[in-house]
Design a protein around this ligand. Sequence first.
Ligand SMILES: Nc1nc2c(ncn2[C@@H]2O[C@H](COP(=O)(O)OP(=O)(O)OP(=O)(O)O)[C@@H](O)[C@H]2O)c(=O)[nH]1
Ligand SMILES: [Mg+2]
Length: 411
Amino acid sequence: MAFMMRYGHFVDRQGDTIDEVMAVYMPKGKSYTGLDQVEIFCHGGRQVATNILNEIVASGARVAEPGEFTKLAFLSGRIDLARAEAVAEIIGANTDSSFHAAKEHLLGAYAEHIHMLREEIIGIIAEVEASIDFPEEEIDPADTRRLIHMVDAIIRQIDDLARTYTGGRIIKEGYKIAISGRPNAGKSSLFNLLLRQQRALVTPTAGTTRDYLSEWIDLDGFAVNLIDTAGLRKGGGAIEKAGRKSAIKIISDADLLIWIIDLSEKDWLTKLQADLKFIKKHIKLLVGNKIDLLKDYRKVLGQAKDADLTPISCLTGKGINELKKKLVGSINDNMPDLTSGLVVTSARHQQKLKQAVKYLRAAKKKMSQSDSPEITAFDLRQAAGAIDEITGKVYTEDILERIFSRFCIGK
Ligand SMILES: Nc1nc2c(ncn2[C@@H]2O[C@H](COP(=O)(O)OP(=O)(O)OP(=O)(O)O)[C@@H](O)[C@H]2O)c(=O)[nH]1
Ligand SMILES: [Mg+2]
């Protein structure tokens, strides 16, 4: 039966019309949830919808939990868990790249790849278990070598997939760039410049920014979360100390650190050398600011032999385009190829993939030690089980609760 949309009046229990509406009935097996389903289309506006909803609830219905429709779709077997999660990603996508990745997940290339990996593991389990059934027969070492080879190939594939999460997380959550440096270096000035608005307070007083400021910018189609932090220096009052503490946390969470220094200071190089020790663990871009105050900034930069500094002036805007190009380059270096659709954007999936790799490695070790096939099969089954949790072949109420509670109501 084709769906048919009907026109009519929505009347309350007293018989009064609330609104002129359209309604469509979707029978069991053909609806999103897989259950009998009706959708009512009323006029836009909060109050009309609220009145209709109240009337339906008063007649015995209840409001859906967040993600309940998609959860029902999963429970009725219409979609697997990876696709259900992709629905939430589609809704949450706020850049073209996150939308693209989510769409690929929903279309299924990703789920199919996961399914294929699972089938490969199941194939190996079958072979290993076959030797359990015939314990009297000697296992041919060539067979063992072949199986180890197959396990190795799967480990590599799963490992590669799990690694795409570095880029996948960026696609989903945005690329975090923290601007940090000593007080008065021009952090807030750079923040405003990249934001193209006077968002942060800029003053000649060192220690102006105490709390951090966080804004979103679009850099070449990527969502970038730009964070201006308090300047880092010893001493200062309690407020400055608290600001410094939060700045250090932000720096360690960032995907990229912009460390900005004031090139107009006589002792900038000594300071920079001390700073580099402090930030050595971070992925960073060193920026030399206030070149407008220097007669020959190239000569000044030449003093820093091994440190690669990007010269800018927040006052004149010189060097900003070059800096932006470097920022985009740094994002691109971290991004996976999106065209294949094989990008892990969920921390849960990454964790399950890593778990699978762990069990596969254990199985491989046991195979090469010629342990009993029962023990090897156990590890392989654990690996397949971890993969099954991604697609939802195996799930617990707890997992469903965690996934669907993140949805918005009505999805
Ligand atoms: N001449 C010159 N002055 C600049 C430049 N960039 C920033 N300044 C000045 O330097 C001072 C400090 O700038 P801010 O952007 O507030 O520096 P900050 O690093 O955020 O400082 P705190 O928040 O106090 O740590 C202000 O007086 C700015 O106008 C620049 O490129 N050239
Ligand atoms: Mg500031």
